[in-house]
Design a protein around this ligand. Sequence first.
Ligand code: ATP
Ligand code: MG
Length: 283
Amino acid sequence: MLRIAIQTKGRLNEQSMELLHEIGIDVDAAKRKFLSQATNFPIEVLYLRDDDIPQVVANGTASLGIVGLNEVAERGCDVEVVKKLGFGGCRISLAIPKGERYDSVEYFCGKRIATSYPKILGEFLAGHGVKADMEVITGSVEIAPAAGIADAIFDIVSSGGTLVTNGLKEVERVFESEAVLIANRNLSMEDRALLDELLFRIESESVSRGKKYLLMNIPTASLDEAIKILPAMRSPTVMPLAVEGWCSLHSVVDAASLWDKVRQLKAIGAEGILVLTLDKIIP
Ligand code: ATP
Ligand code: MG
């Protein structure tokens, strides 16, 4: 039985649960406890605070975890980062009061910096030969300068709105983060095989995302041109229609280029164009 640790509540919980659901793992959210077992895959979900996830995966209490890369780096736990998951994107940045002049990292020499990420900050400062004082606080870091606790902060930024609200400006982007799937370094053969199955499913999920299934009727005379417009996985599917001189063409396109393709296809005589939502593409 594979055990995966995810955040109990907070920013990553919903999308972690959604990811599990998308890859066909059903966990009854209503009956959610500290530990709950999936009904259709040999996996159980362990709900934890995100701070604890890297450590339980490193020590094998859970085989896998979903957590921000920032937490993995800050805890300094030895785990395998198996895959970036494309959600929970943010960065950890240095920010100072907006009226201050800023030229380089030297600015921070002798300054007091409030943060919940002393390890990542310490490594960054050491790398630049800057000696500063760290004030380690666990919450509301952004109010530290106004409260007189610190001169600057090192904290998570996503839109930057919180910084603006607190009269701060971002001056150094130090660490880029997103949610990642992590694994214990010594997985059993059985767990490794289950992980491979999960990765296969996650991969097909990301291949399918943002794709549409397109079908239309096209004059046979325009077929070659239509095929050039529609590069499919191998090549588009073509089927003859009962009416002479027409065929039905099926293909998969990126949602981003959909309207452009539709315009080009209409221009060469395509009719009855259907755009369907794609559930999965199994590579
Ligand atoms: P817990 O109670 O589990 O310890 P937390 O309060 O430490 O939760 P959250 O605020 O839920 O953590 O954030 C979890 C993760 O979400 C962060 O570690 C980070 O990787 C990611 N994240 C993405 N955007 C943001 C953001 N704007 N602010 C904070 N975290 C963000
Ligand atoms: Mg936390």
